[in-house]
Design a protein around this ligand. Structure first.
Ligand SMILES: Cc1ncc(COP(=O)(O)O)c(C=O)c1O
Length: 366
C-alpha cells in the first residue's frame, strides 16, 4: 500500500472504535447497544419540542450552567465540581488530552504517557489512547471478571501506580459485573495519576462511587444521560471531581460542546427523576427474569448490575448465535476479544422483547 500523503501515520494506522449497529431495517428487536427500551419522560419530550423554535439560531449556554447547577444539587457538590460533555465519550477523550503526555517516540516508557485500564472493559479506551499517541497499559481482570486484589496488583507488577490516567468501568462492560466501592477506594488512594471511574451503568447497580470523586483530588466520576435516562440521541454526559481537574477540562473543551436541545432535555430529565427510577426497577426486574430463563436453557449468565447481561450460549458458538438470532430479527452484540468471544452481550429491553428472545433461544437451542 502506498503511504497516505496527507494523513498522520498515527491516524492511518489507527483501528477506530466500532459502534454497535444502528440498523436501517425496521421491526428488529434491538438489544445490541445498551440503549434504554423506554422513551424519555413526556415532560422531557415536551421541553425539547417547546425549545425547537427560533432559538435554534442562538448559541447555547457555553458551560451548561443551569444543568450543572441542577447536577450539583443532585450530587451535593458545587457547579465547579462538574463539567458536561457531548456524551461521556467526549469527556473521556478530553481526559486523555488533559492529563496524558503523548509518548515521545525515541524515549523510554514514562508513566506520564500511560493510559491504564482493565481488560475486558469499555473498548473505547485503547482507541482513545491510540488517537492520543499514549502508551497503553491493559491489565487483565481475573477470569471471573473481578478486579485482582491490591496485593496481587502490586505483586504481578503489571499495574502502574504512576499511570497518568487510569480508566475503570464500574459496573463493568461488557461483563456487567460490579466492583465493591471499598476496592475502588483502595485503587484511587494508591494511584498517583488521575483515575476516572466510568459509571455509565451505575443506575442499575446497588452501589455507586460518587463519594470518591468528592473525597480524592485525583478522581473523576463519569456519568451519562444515555443509558438510564433514555437520552443517547441527545449526547449528554458529565464528570464530577475536584475543581482543579474540572477547570482544566473546561479550558480545553469546545466552547459550545453541549448542544442546546441536549441541555434542555437533560435539565427536564432531572426534573422528573421518579419516572426514570420506575424504569430502572422495570429493567432490573426484566434482567433478573431473563437471566433465570436463559440459565434454564443452558446459557451461562454472569450476574449483572447493568442494563445488559453477558451470557455464554450452549450448543453453537456465540458468533453462530449472533447470526441465528439476527435471522430471527433479534440483534445482540458479540465481541471478538479472546476473554469474551464465547459470550453474547444482550441489552435488557422491555419484558416483551426479553420474552421474544427467550422464545427464539428455546427454538434455536433444541
Ligand atoms: C462504559 C461506557 N462508558 C461510556 C459510554 C459512552 O456513553 P455516552 O453515550 O455518554 O457517550 C458507554 C457507551 O456505550 C459505555 O459503555
Amino acid at each position: 500500500m502506498t503511504k497516505p500523503k496527507y494523513i498522520r501515520p498515527l491516524v492511518s494506522e489507527l483501528h477506530a472504535y466500532v459502534p454497535g449497529e444502528q440498523p436501517k431495517i425496521k421491526g428488529l428487536i434491538k438489544l445490541n447497544t445498551n440503549e434504554n427500551p423506554y422513551p424519555p419522560s413526556p415532560r422531557v419530550l415536551k421541553a425539547v419540542q417547546a425549545a425547537a423554535d427560533g432559538r435554534l439560531r442562538l448559541y447555547p449556554n457555553p458551560a451548561a450552567d443551569r444543568l450543572r447547577a441542577q447536577l450539583a444539587k443532585l450530587h451535593h457538590c458545587k457547579p465547579e465540581n462538574i463539567v458536561v460533555g457531548n456524551g461521556s465519550d467526549e469527556l473521556l477523550a478530553l481526559a486523555t488530552r488533559c492529563f496524558v503526555e503523548p509518548a515521545p517516540k525515541a524515549h523510554k516508557r514514562s508513566a506520564k504517557s500511560v493510559i491504564q485500564y482493565f481488560t475486558p472493559s469499555y473498548s473505547l479506551y485503547p482507541v482513545l489512547a491510540d488517537i492520543h499517541g499514549a502508551t497503553k497499559n491493559a491489565v487483565p481482570l481475573n477470569p471471573d471478571f473481578s478486579i485482582p486484589k491490591m496485593a496481587e496488583l502490586k505483586r504481578a507488577k503489571l499495574w502502574d501506580f504512576n499511570a497518568a490516567l487510569t480508566l475503570v468501568t464500574t459496573p463493568n462492560a461488557p461483563s456487567g459485573r460490579s466492583y465493591p466501592v471499598s476496592q475502588l477506594e483502595r485503587i484511587c488512594g494508591a494511584q498517583r495519576g488521575v483515575v476516572v471511574l466510568d459509571e455509565a451503568y451505575v443506575d442499575f447497580a446497588k452501589e455507586n462511587a460518587m463519594p470518591l470523586a468528592l473525597k480524592f483530588e485525583n478522581v473523576l466520576v463519569a456519568r451519562t444521560f444515555s443509558k438510564a435516562y433514555s437520552l443517547c440521541f441527545q449526547r449528554v454526559g458529565y464528570f464530577v471531581g475536584h475543581p482543579d481537574l474540572i477547570d482544566a477540562l473546561h479550558k480545553i473543551r469546545d466552547s459550545y460542546n453541549v448542544n442546546g436541545l441536549g441541555q434542555v432535555a437533560a435539565e427536564a430529565t432531572l426534573d422528573d427523576l421518579d419516572y426514570y427510577r420506575a424504569n430502572f426497577k422495570k429493567i432490573i426486574a426484566t434482567r433478573e427474569w431473563l437471566s433465570r430463563e436463559l440459565t434454564k436453557l443452558g446459557f451461562r449468565v454472569l450476574p449483572s448490575e447493568t442494563n445488559f447481561i453477558l451470557a455464554r450460549p450452549p450448543v453453537f458458538s456465540a458468533q453462530d448465535w449472533l447470526q441465528k438470532l439476527r435471522s430471527r430479527k433479534i440483534l445482540v452484540r458479540w465481541f471478538s476479544a479472546p476473554e469474551v468471544k464465547n459470550y453474547l452481550r444482550i441489552t435488557i429491553g422491555t419484558q416483551r422483547e426479553a420474552e421474544a428472545l427467550v422464545k427464539a433461544a428455546r427454538r434455536l437451542g433444541h
